[in-house]
Every structure is written in structure tokens, then in C-alpha cells.
Design a protein around this ligand. Structure first.
Ligand SMILES: Cc1cc2nc3c(=O)[nH]c(=O)nc-3n(C[C@H](O)[C@H](O)[C@H](O)COP(=O)(O)O)c2cc1C
Length: 318
């Protein structure tokens, strides 16, 4: 499972790996955070063109609105709707969602109840606690209450959220990781799927952890290099028909970004794809050429450089 709140990354992820990725979570995004509901701004939902299973994440604590979100998520062909109970940012706290909801376990249970219907799976992503001190009992009591809603999948970012004094970025490094809480909660509720998230920063680690936990979720590993996903089908799921990086990867990606040149800068559009050079000897010359061509804004020329790179370095990429 990987988490993306960015259509560009999502596009690359879904093309890099077609077969066995169990789920990509997409985050519905609206910069205002207030009134950031799916049903109000449908045009901001990243389209889901049948590469299921795909989940969408929403944030909120208004039961009626969340109920409508679930309906829209189903209409948009999502398999799962996930409630964000993990984001510590100030803006999100102002909008009454994210990690601050862990202060009110009954409210979270009610939110989830309002999202549930027979058409779509409902899940939650949360932290293991709030503040500087670790407290397993607090975590267990929170989960115990939330499970009364009937949900069966919980993604756990295995560190506390600190709601004031540090940034969201620091909230992904400063509170210590504690995977033992996730192990313990699984023993307490063996019928629930607890998906481990946080600090899984290399593929080998992911391969080991997936043997022990119900599932794992990765964020920054994929953000730093979406092409890592190409190993998943082959190494984890032992698929015979695994995806390779080839000309189609480039052609598909460019056909996606060519429709978005009015909304995004060329640098942002290309940033996920630039990771293709990671660890490939002799790629410096291609990177230089791409940087120069970016300055004149010629996407067609840049596409050709990437295609040449694929042709020259194919044997190193797969
Ligand atoms: C740029 C960025 C944006 C994120 N946005 C969200 C989000 O909207 N919703 C969410 O549940 N997690 C979000 N996360 C957190 C990740 O899902 C994940 O919990 C966190 O990065 C820890 O996992 P990792 O160590 O594998 O990166 C974001 C992470 C990053 C780096």
C-alpha cells in the first residue's frame, strides 16, 4: 500500500506497477481545508480509471458531510474510503480533522459509522497516540471504541502526533517509532487488519515487515523514488508478469502531464519522473540535458530525451 496525495505521483505509481499493489491511497486535496469535501468540489478528485483497488482518503468530522463523501467515493469507483485521523498540521486541526480527533474516540467512532454503507469499505488512518509520551493503554482504548463501528482495516502511523510546537514534517521524524504498539494491538484484536506505516525507508525492510504484519504502507520511500514499486510484483508477490520500465512508462506519463501544463509548472510535472535516474550510472548527461531543456519549456524535447535514456539504459533499469 502506498499513499499519494499527488496525482502526478499516483499516475507514475500506477504505471510502474500494475499487478499486485494491493492498494493506493489517494488523498482528496483542497488547500483551503475548510469545507474540503468531496461532494462539494468533485473536480478536485483525482480520477480513478479502473486501476482498482484504490482507496480515497477524506478528512472531516461532520457526520452528514462524511456520509455524502462515502456516496461520492463509491460513485467515483473507489473501493475504500479512509478517514484521516493522523495528520497533525495546524490547518487540519482548524478544520477539525486529522490527528486531533484522537482526543475524542467517540466522535471518531461516530464519524466512521456515518461513512459506512454496503457499497464501500471504510477504514481509518491514525497515529499511536498524542503528545510526547507513549501510552499503550490510551491507544488500545481508542482502537477499542473505534472498532465498535465495525471497521476492519486500520492503518497505523506508528508514532505519536505532537499537535503543537513542531511542523507536520517534524511530526514524521521526531516522535519515536514504536512498532510494538502495532504488534500488541493486533494480538488484542486478531480479526482486524492493522497496516503498519512509518519509517519503512527501504525495500528490503519492507519485504521483512510484510511477513510479520497484516500489511505495510509506505509514503516517503515512494515519494523519493516511485520506481521502487517495480520490484513489488516480482519480489514480494512472485508475479511472473511483472511490470518493467520501458518506453510505454514514458509515453503514458507524458500523455498524462501534457494535459496538465496549464495547471502545473514544468518542474513539478517532471519531478516524479526525474527519479528514474536514481542509481543509474551514466545518467548525469541526460539529467543535464533535461535541465537545460526545461528552461525553454519544451516538453516534447524532454520526452525524447527520456525515451533515449530508456533505450540506452534499458538493461540497467529492469
Ligand atoms: C508530503 C507528504 C504528504 C502527506 N500527506 C498525507 C495525507 O494527506 N494523509 C495521510 O494520511 N498521510 C499523509 N502523509 C503521511 C504518510 O502517509 C505517512 O504516514 C508518513 O509519511 C509516514 O510514512 P513513511 O515513513 O513511509 O513516509 C504525507 C506524507 C508526506 C511526506
Amino acid at each position: 500500500m502506498c499513499c499519494s496525495n499527488d496525482g502526478l505521483y499516483y499516475s507514475l505509481c500506477e504505471k510502474t506497477l500494475q499487478n499486485s499493489l494491493q492498494k493506493i491511497i489517494f488523498v482528496y486535496r483542497n488547500d483551503s481545508y475548510k469545507n474540503s469535501y468531496l461532494f462539494k468540489k468533485k473536480d478536485l478528485v483525482i480520477e480513478n480509471d479502473n486501476n482498482n483497488p484504490v482507496a480515497i482518503q477524506v478528512g472531516g468530522s461532520d457526520f452528514n458531510d462524511l456520509k455524502k463523501c462515502s456516496k461520492v467515493a463509491y460513485e467515483y469507483n473507489y473501493d475504500e474510503i479512509n478517514l484521516n485521523v493522523g495528520c497533525p498540521s495546524k490547518a487540519v486541526q482548524k478544520g477539525s480533522f486529522g490527528a486531533c480527533l484522537m482526543q475524542d474516540k467517540v466522535l471518531v467512532r461516530q464519524c466512521i459509522e456515518s461513512m459506512q454503507n454496503k457499497n464501500i469499505i471504510t477504514s481509518m488512518k491514525c497515529r499511536i497516540g498524542l503528545g510526547k509520551n507513549l501510552n499503550y493503554d490510551y491507544f488500545e482504548e481508542f482502537i477499542d471504541e473505534v472498532l465498535k463501528s465495525g471497521i476492519k482495516i486500520i492503518y497505523v502511523h506508528a508514532r505519536n502526533a505532537i499537535l503543537s510546537g513542531i511542523s507536520p514534517k517534524a511530526n514524521r521524524t521526531i516522535p519515536p517509532l514504536n512498532y510494538d504498539f502495532v504488534k500488541k494491538i493486533k494480538l488484542r484484536f486478531p480479526n482486524i487488519n492493522f497496516i503498519l506505516n512509518g519509517g519503512i525507508d527501504d525495500f528490503e525492510k519492507a519485504k521483512e515487515l510484510i511477513k510479520v504484519y497484516d500489511g505495510i504502507m509506505v509514503g516517503r520511500l515512494i515519494q523519493n523514488n516511485p520506481f521502487i514499486l517495480k520490484n513489488v510484483d516480482k519480489s514480494i508477490y512472485k508475479e511472473k508478469n511483472f511490470t518493467t520500465i520501458n518506453e510505454d512508462t514514458i509515453l503514458d506519463y507524458f500523455s498524462y502531464i501534457n494535459t496538465r501544463t496549464q495547471q502545473e509548472s514544468i518542474y513539478r510535472l517532471l519531478s516524479p519522473l526525474l527519479q528514474i535516474f536514481f542509481g543509474v550510472p551514466g545518467s548525469k548527461i541526460f539529467k543535464k540535458e533535461i535541465n537545460e531543456t526545461m528552461r525553454i519549456g519544451r516538453l516534447d524535447k524532454i520526452e525524447k530525451i527520456f525515451l533515449k535514456f530508456i533505450k540506452d539504459k534499458n538493461f540497467l533499469l529492469n
